[in-house]
Design a protein around this ligand. Structure first.
Ligand code: ZN
Length: 303
């Protein structure tokens, strides 16, 4: 497990051995901080036959082996890979929780990125969250709490995963051979080390660097096709590009190089770009990107 998660895991273990462990745990924090890892560990702990009241897993029992083979009948995993989690998936979840456990122990549901739940899906989940059956646990991750319904939030125990000491994650990255010091932008992602690790594994560090350069030179001629091909290398890159742009505009606003209206209008262009990407299936990416870049250029040329 990642060193910065150990403490949170320990606190949850304590709450379990003291019978305070909530049946619905909502793990939230930035992308790339290790929320899924924590939830995976907790589901192993809850399903392990030798766990007793310690909330830990042995790695050797039948349950642990089934989990390792990704074939445990008492674990339901909603990955949130599509753009939303719908009501049908939640109904299947409710059904799953209702039936008895095949291995005779706990049953665990994992919902990744609960902010992707549609309104009706969230409503369908409320009853299960509110009236927990014994030995049933719902583990959720969330990148953005502001997008989760208050009625859902109030029925969960919220667990924050964050990196408070950047030297811990820096050491971890160094141990993985991911030295990021050569790039000026890398320090910004010290609190999201798994994002850096994923980029290194996928060989897209130079693409991130390219986006950084384009963002800092957004008013000059931008080759949309090249930019689009850079962005298409990894799903996380759109948000990173927008993050770089926001940073540039904030600096320019502070330095008096752009006025507040320009900042505001650029922000609107970026919001539209991101929301189109989340909402529109089969979006015309070239058109959407052209609209963003040329829209920003138009705003910045006004005085
Ligand atoms: Zn075990």
């Amino acid at each position: 497990m990642y060193p910065w998660i150990d403490l949170v895991h320990k606190q949850l273990q304590d709450s379990f051995s003291q019978n305070r462990f909530h049946h619905a745990q909502l793990v939230h924090g930035l992308t790339g901080v290790g929320k899924s890892e924590l939830v995976r560990n907790l589901s192993e702990d809850l399903l392990c036959i030798n766990s007793t009241n310690m909330l830990s897993s042995c790695g050797q029992c039948k349950s642990c082996l089934l989990l390792r083979a990704q074939n445990h009948p008492d674990l339901l995993y909603l990955a949130g890979e599509s753009s939303s989690i719908g009501v049908d998936e939640v109904r299947a979840l409710n059904e799953f929780v209702f039936h008895s456990a095949q291995q005779g122990g706990n049953k665990v549901v994992v919902i990744e990125q609960i902010e992707k739940m549609t309104e009706s899906a969230a409503n369908a989940l409320l009853k299960t969250l509110e009236e927990p059956a014994p030995k049933r646990y719902i583990l959720m991750t969330c990148n953005d709490l502001s997008k989760v319904k208050a009625t859902v939030l109030s029925r969960c125990n919220q667990v924050q995963v964050a990196i408070l000491d950047k030297t811990v994650s820096q050491q971890w990255l160094d141990s993985k051979g991911i030295t990021s010091q050569e790039f000026v932008w890398a320090e910004r992602f010290c609190k999201q080390p798994l994002l850096l690790e994923a980029w290194a594994n996928q060989g897209v560090i130079s693409e991130v660097d390219e986006l950084w350069k384009v963002a800092h030179d957004i008013t000059s001629v931008v080759d949309i096709n090249t930019l689009e091909s850079t962005l298409s290398k990894d799903a996380s890159l759109h948000a990173v590009f927008v993050r770089f742009l926001i940073e540039v505009f904030k600096q320019q606003l502070a330095a008096g190089q752009i006025n507040f209206m320009q900042f505001h209008n650029c922000s609107k262009q970026m919001e539209k770009y991101m929301s189109d990407h989340h909402k529109i299936l089969g979006i015309n990416k070239t058109l959407s990107l052209s609209n963003l870049v040329f829209g920003i250029q138009r705003v910045l040329k006004q005085d």
